[in-house]
Design a protein around this ligand. Structure first.
Ligand SMILES: Cc1ncc(COP(=O)(O)O)c(C=O)c1O
Length: 419
């Protein structure tokens, strides 16, 4: 992918910072990579909107993906608005409000209930309106940090396989009306071996149930790109010039995925869905910021930017290391990059550049498309990044600039303030 073209456009065209740029061609390329990975009979790609929900970008993704995965009423409504009436939306959420249920079931073609209790609560209202599934939790943990491990102890995400088996034995009628199963058990994994382990486990323990069903959803959590593409997409200085974030150390290994698909196809007659988020959205987003101050502090130079970790909350939530354009492994002019808020820990990390930074210098955060804008907020009244699209003709277009009134509305206060 020609990231250099986008970077050139960002150097030459005047944009307001902070800015979030999404690259339509990159979204399409990464959706295509995911689609190629699952290619085959009765297999469908759903994009998980929770990672990125800029409408213009969703339209680009929808040119490749079959449909979307939604986590809430608002996402489902947005997804329907992009996809039109006929393409699939799958919903899973631990929290369905009774007042939202009817609209959700109308909007979504597939709903995976998060627990046997949630299924019991909504079964009568859902059957016949939507295709009902159950989220199961195999409790096969793949992630060291339990803050984002769906298989952690006391997890709220999905009915445990033991409970499902026990209910199947004791009261099989409880499964009447269910047509599918889903699981989601990983995060940012390049190796799909755990997916195969999970499918084997389900095949071993829930085979009789799977034989009665029409579909299975294998969740997201896997990346279909690797370091090779990352290097090609860099600024031409080669991969060693970049610090790679928490995700990319090698190319994606799809052997487990292929074997899992073969197993499911040979043992069952199921439609198969995959619903990646970050794999499609991460590389397509860039946050552009400007240096607003350079401060000496205990022998280091702190570059204060006009963005904040609140525009990339996973920097604090999960200690993820942002990829900064031009960051050198060795030498150069070193800076601590910090955000513009009062939070002492609003710090992105240390970076080094060939040329010294000055007030007004641009700092580019690469691979910032996933879980950034969907989680961004107005903390300290620092403005949200303006949203720009970059299309395949090389044109940068402003989709949305946020203004003071947006902040005021967000705070719930329009009517209380003197105009
Ligand atoms: C149910 C479900 N599906 C899909 C995803 C997308 O995961 P990722 O963005 O890691 O691919 C998530 C992420 O939390 C999820 O909870």
């Amino acid at each position: 992918m020609d990231r250099q073209r986008l970077l050139n456009a960002l150097q030459t065209q005047a944009i307001e910072t902070p800015a979030f740029i999404y690259d339509e061609a990159q979204l399409i390329q990464d959706a295509q990579l995911a689609l190629d990975a699952i290619e085959g009979d009765r297999t469908h790609l759903l994009f998980a909107m929770k990672s990125f929900s800029v409408p213009g970008g969703l339209r680009a993704i929808a040119s490749v993906a079959d449909g979307f995965h939604a986590s809430s009423l608002f996402e489902a409504k947005l997804g329907r608005g992009i996809l039109g009436p006929r393409r699939p939306i799958h919903l899973t959420t631990p929290g369905i409000r009774p007042s939202d249920a009817a609209e959700l079931f109308e909007l979504c073609d597939l709903v995976s209930f998060n627990s046997m209790e949630q299924w019991a609560q909504f079964r009568e209202r859902a059957v016949g309106v939507t295709e009902c599934g159950l989220r199961v939790n195999p409790r096969l943990s793949n992630i060291a940090d339990e803050r984002y491990d769906p298989c952690r102890r006391h997890s709220k995400l999905g009915a445990s396989i033991e409970d499902v088996r026990e209910t199947l034995r004791a009261d099989p009628e409880q499964f009447d009306g269910l047509t599918g199963l889903m699981f989601h058990t990983n995060c940012d994994a390049l190796d799909t071996a755990p997916l195969l382990d999970t499918v084997r486990y389900l095949d071993q323990h829930l085979s009789s149930l799977l034989k009665q069903l029409r579909w299975i959803d294998l969740g997201g959590g896997y990346l279909f790109f690797g370091d090779d593409e990352c290097a090609e997409a860099s600024d031409g200085q080669g991969p060693r010039a970049f610090r790679c974030g928490r995700t990319r150390r090698r190319a994606a290994d799809l052997k487990g995925l292929n074997q899992a698909l073969d197993l499911l196809r040979s043992h069952y007659d199921l439609r198969i869905y995959l619903e990646p988020g970050a794999s499609i959205s991460r590389r397509a987003g860039i946050i552009v910021s400007s240096v607003v101050d350079l401060v000496r502090s205990n022998g280091r130079t702190v570059a204060v930017l006009d963005t904040s970790v609140n525009h990339m909350p996973e920097v604090l939530e999960f200690n993820s290391i942002p990829d900064v354009l031009g960051d050198l492994d060795y030498g150069g002019h070193r800076y601590l990059l910090a955000g513009a808020t009062c939070l002492a820990g609003d710090v992105f990390g240390e970076c080094a550049f060939t040329d010294p930074l000055e007030i007004g210098s641009r700092v580019f955060f690469l691979d910032a498309g996933a879980y950034s804008m969907v989680k961004a907020n107005f903390f300290n009244g620092v403005n949200m990044p303006s949203i720009y699209s970059f299309n395949s003709d090389g044109v940068l277009t402003l989709d949305r600039a946020f203004v003071y009134e947006d902040f005021l509305e967000y705070c719930g206060g329009l009517q209380h303030v003197h105009s």
